[in-house]
Design a protein around this ligand. Structure first.
Ligand SMILES: Cc1cc2nc3c(=O)[nH]c(=O)nc-3n(C[C@H](O)[C@H](O)[C@H](O)COP(=O)(O)OP(=O)(O)OC[C@H]3O[C@@H](n4cnc5c(N)ncnc54)[C@H](O)[C@@H]3O)c2cc1C
Length: 409
């Protein structure tokens, strides 16, 4: 703490003396990029200017909330991160701070079930007692967290542009877009990158020893996931409530891996209807993406994407009906007749770090001091978790501040 106070005073003095703000480009405005931006502003003493670049329409990345208007009704879902269950003490205190400012709340009604599927039948087992670990959710939606983290005048954002390349020049780092290879922004002192492929490309260029560029030769890979966001009518919602769970791990099913009753989270619309998020297995997502690609050879990326989500929506929803049928002994014909009020799929091409390919052993980020490049993301410590992304971004920001400190000596 004392060190950071001393350091902060020094940074203010440096920027006052030189009049030069240090410019940091952050690629990716998910939780890791937003955490880095937040820490740079909080500890940078006003001497660091942050510019964020993201291909999406807004911040949040996989920790996000989707809104759809359908027949005059607004449906809101956390279609990526479902909840946060902090393990690390540093992150536990961050969650406490977020709870105080009201951007996260405990998911008090969280009731976990395990759904075991075998031989075409499913069996629901409710967890015995209240869960030991507390589950937190963004309030009023997951997107509140990243929105809060980058709410600063020192942070500017450029959305809707995919970055293709980041190259160094005499003036510093320059950022180029994917559409046309055009220069988007230039002369950054440091780059903090949370986009896995750009990071791997950079490391590959730097490292001649390792074939794929990552420190130990393992390149982090990711697995896909498709989610279906579903709103059930009152009848079906009552059936769901009778099953008594608000979240379920699905075991042994080739299509479905997770069910969240999103509407049971605090602050969500309370209109008597259940809104669910159905999460596919990675294998299902991989297979259906491959099948559709084969079937639609020559179609545009958008057409293929739409075909993938359409085919997945129906299959994931039907799997849910199989489970309800087994749990309630309701006639299948009756269930089929009750169409969902709303259903929409979403494809996450890179949902989670693939098993065995994270860079956990490297700590929380990778720092190239000589070039002023820091790689962050959720494939370091606590892989595939918001916790990992947050801690990685924080570590990346601190690494840049240390480099600035060293430069000033
Ligand atoms: C369906 C699903 C459920 C999940 N459930 C949970 C859960 O319950 N609990 C939990 O802790 N974690 C969960 N996770 C994982 C969690 O969401 C991630 O670990 C975390 O959000 C990763 O944050 P990140 O900033 O590292 O990456 P991201 O959120 O992916 O951020 C990277 C950003 O980079 C942008 N980007 C990518 N390429 C480019 C480019 N070329 N140019 C510019 N921008 C680019 C993307 O748009 C994105 O915004 C879940 C993830 C998914 C998909």
């Amino acid at each position: 703490m004392v060190y950071w106070l001393f350091f902060l005073t020094k940074l203010v003095m440096i920027s006052a003396l030189t009049g030069a703000m240090k410019r940091v480009a952050i690629i990716g405005a998910g939780i890791s990029g937003c955490s880095a931006a937040n820490v740079l502003c909080a500890l940078g003493g006003g001497g660091v200017q942050v510019e964020m670049f993201d291909q999406g329409r807004k911040e949040g990345g996989r920790c996000n909330t989707r809104k759809h208007k359908h027949h005059g009704i607004e449906h809101i879902f956390d279609h990526g991160t479902q909840y946060i269950s902090p393990k690390n003490s540093e992150f536990v205190s961050v969650i406490k701070d977020w709870e105080k400012v009201g951007i996260v709340k405990k998911w008090d009604s969280f009731r976990l079930a395990n759904i075991a599927c075998a031989n075409g039948k499913s069996k629901i087992e409710l967890a015995m007692s209240a869960q030991q670990n507390e589950r937190f959710v963004g309030y009023p939606g997951m997107s509140a967290i990243c929105e809060h983290l980058i709410d600063s005048e020192l942070i500017s954002t450029k959305f809707g542009k995919a970055v293709e390349a980041i190259r160094s020049s005499d003036g510093g780092w320059n950022i180029y877009s994917k559409d046309s290879g055009a220069l988007i922004a230039e002369n950054f002192d440091y780059v903090i990158c949370s986009e896995r492929k750009l990071c791997m490309n950079f490391m590959a260029q730097q490292s001649e020893q390792s074939t794929d560029g990552s420190p130990d030769g393992t390149s982090p890979k990711s697995s896909p996931c498709i989610v279906a966001m579903v709103c059930l009518d009152e009848d079906m919602s009552d059936m769901m409530k009778n099953m008594q769970f608000t979240a379920a791990m699905v075991d042994g099913n080739e299509k479905l891996s997770w069910i969240s009753v999103d509407s049971s989270k605090p602050g969500r619309v309370d209109d008597g209807k259940s809104r669910l998020v159905l999460q596919s297995t990675p294998e299902f997502a991989k297979n259906i993406i491959e099948e559709v690609n084969l079937e639609f050879t020559g179609a545009s990326v958008k057409e293929i994407r739409n075909a993938v989500v359409k085919a997945s929506e129906a299959q994931l929803y039907n799997t849910l009906l199989d489970i309800i049928e087994d749990a309630t002994e309701c006639e299948r014909g009756e269930l089929d007749a009750k169409k969902p009020l709303f259903i929409k799929g979403h494809r996450w091409g890179a949902a989670f770090p693939a098993l065995g390919t994270s860079l956990e052993q490297e700590g929380r980020c990778l720092v190239d001091e000589e070039n002023g490049w820091v790689s962050i993301g959720d494939y370091f410590e606590y892989p595939g978790k918001v916790e990992g992304g947050y801690l990685s971004g924080k570590a990346g920001a601190k690494a840049v501040l240390h480099l600035l400190d060293r430069q000033a000596k």
